[in-house]
Write a protein that binds this ligand. Structure first.
Ligand code: ADP
Length: 487
């Protein structure tokens, strides 16, 4: 076959259900968009395969990407039906992506509310289509790098699929855990419907308490497991943090590493951010004051000098809502205001909104996903609150550091790897350990005390803004891992 091979650089295909700038639900979208670009800069031929969810192709064209339709479709048989997808090769600055179009599977929303043998089909198709891509795109990767449960069927298929199982040795696979809480659990009988051989339905394979566990299959079958911070890599190998897979991960520890996520520091840069009403830098923070004013206006508040605490994120259990909500009444009585931006579980959204209705001068809640408002919150906040129960890496605290918004976070996972307590030599924020409303409030009250001391507060702000959390630290670690797999 005529191929695009050539160059001699390692060829890596990243496969992700979401990737910026094409789609984004959370941090995985940020990472899957920015990591391949960073790896290309460091000399790998790194490409991305991601679904063309509704509107993606138009958005890609609007953003100036060049789209070329690949003449051969990619195919996969799932539940006795042949699915055929159109692949668009999408090239733009620093990025080569393959956008997989199949409108009956890739519609409006990325993840289903309930995972069933029907709703998992888009993710199976993405995974199996990736294995058919080399024949269609005439480009064969050395390594396929999969992200989270939605692409977990891929390494599993290379081991156990009736057709793709035979090509097992053709690729090395890396599987990155962005969030172990979502594993993709389905009835065990489903495996046969996807062409997975019976031997996978055992405890040494994908079987998990009588069910099929997609992520478990990937962990067992892949060549290397990474997760998104060294701290989380340790936590997931324990019973407490392993979400039911701690023992397995411990037994696989020889192939598990933690590599801290990087931030796309060109997109997240208060010096150039077009979504901020005014830009600013460590040398001149006046634009940050303008952002704060605009953010206060958004809540209908006048600036009365109180520090502004912000939260941007999913309103779900993981992000600490069980300790944040009971803290709101006390928080509203403290010398600060809280601006929440997020969406998630209805009961948390409603409880937050009810609290805001009771304390309209201190609490404001925006329910929904709003990129512009999120940027304004990162820019306009004095403090960023992130009381997560667990946090694989967390990008929000990195963004807030870069925007001079001092993080107040729970000391778990990637938060502990990136935020250091005021009072330590490298202090850039505030940490608390206990998972209770009182621990959260105690950390907040320490932060509010420091806010009154201009000099110390400014030092914290500048230390965060001047730190480097870009991919330049982490991309070489992935590169090293790829090289070790290929050597
Ligand atoms: P997770 O991936 O667990 O949701 P991260 O901190 O890793 O958490 O990444 C969350 C990303 O999603 C950040 O870029 C954050 O700004 C963004 N985000 C989350 N919720 C919203 C929202 N409601 N509106 C805009 N951006 C959001």
């Amino acid at each position: 076959m005529t191929t695009e091979q050539g160059s001699g650089r390692p060829k890596i295909l990243h496969v992700s259900p979401e990737a910026v700038p094409f789609s984004k639900v959370g941090g995985l979208g940020d990472v899957a968009g920015s990591l391949p670009a960073a790896l290309r800069e460091s000399g790998t031929d790194c490409r991305l395969l991601t679904p063309a969810w509704e509107g993606t192709l138009d958005r890609a064209r609007e953003q100036g990407f060049t789209l070329t339709k690949i003449s051969r479709k990619v195919e996969a048989v799932i539940r006795w039906k042949i699915y055929r997808g159109t692949v668009w090769k999408c090239s733009g600055p620093g990025m080569v992506a393959y956008l997989l179009e199949e409108p009956s599977l890739f519609g409006k929303s990325v993840y289903p509310a309930n995972l069933t043998p029907e709703t998992v089909v888009p993710f199976l198709f993405l995974s199996l289509a990736a294995l058919d891509l080399p024949s269609a795109a005439l480009w064969k990767p050395d390594i396929i790098h999969c992200h989270d449960w939605g692409t977990a069927p891929l390494p599993a298929a290379l081991r156990w699929h009736v057709h793709f199982g035979a090509s097992g040795g053709a690729y090395k696979t890396v599987f990155t855990i962005h969030n172990l809480a979502h594993q993709g659990i389905l009835p065990l009988e489903s495996l046969g419907d996807w062409g997975i051989r019976d031997e996978a339905a055992r405890v040494e394979g994908m079987e998990y308490f009588g069910m099929a566990n997609l992520m478990k299959g990937a962990l067992v079958a892949c060549d290397a497991v990474t997760t998104v911070s060294p701290g989380y890599a340790k936590e997931i190998q324990t019973e407490a943090g392993g979400e039911g897979l701690g023992g397995l991960l411990k037994s696989l520890s020889g192939k598990v590493t933690g590599i801290l996520n990087g931030l796309d520091d060109r997109y997240w840069d208060p010096r150039t951010d077009p979504l901020l009403p005014e830009r600013y830098s460590p040398a001149d923070l006046s634009g940050k004051a303008v952002c704060k004013r605009k953010l206060l206006e958004r809540a209908g508040w006048e600036d009365d000098g109180r520090p502004l605490v912000v939260f941007v994120g999913r309103m779900v259990e993981q992000k600490g809502f069980p300790i944040l909500l009971p803290a709101l009444e006390k928080l509203a009585g403290m010398d600060c205001r809280l601006f929440l931006v997020g969406s998630g579980q209805t009961e948390y959204e409603e409880a937050a909104e009810n609290a805001a209705a009771r304390f309209p001068d201190s609490l404001f809640v925006f329910r929904g996903y709003d990129e512009t408002l999120a940027h304004l919150a990162y820019g306009g906040g004095d403090f960023f609150l992130m009381p997560s129960r667990f946090e694989p890496c967390g990008l929000s605290q990195l963004i807030s550091l870069r925007y001079g918004t001092v993080p107040i976070v729970r000391a778990v996972g990637g938060l502990r790897d990136t935020v250091f307590d005021h009072g330590t030599p490298e202090g850039n924020g505030f940490l608390f350990s206990g998972y209770t409303p009182l621990d959260l409030l105690a950390a907040l009250s320490r932060a509010l005390e420091v806010y009154r001391d201009d000099g110390t507060m400014k030092k914290l702000v500048l230390r965060g803004m001047n730190a480097d959390f870009s991919w330049s630290r982490s991309a070489p670690l992935y590169r090293k891992l790829y090289e070790s797999l290929l050597s």
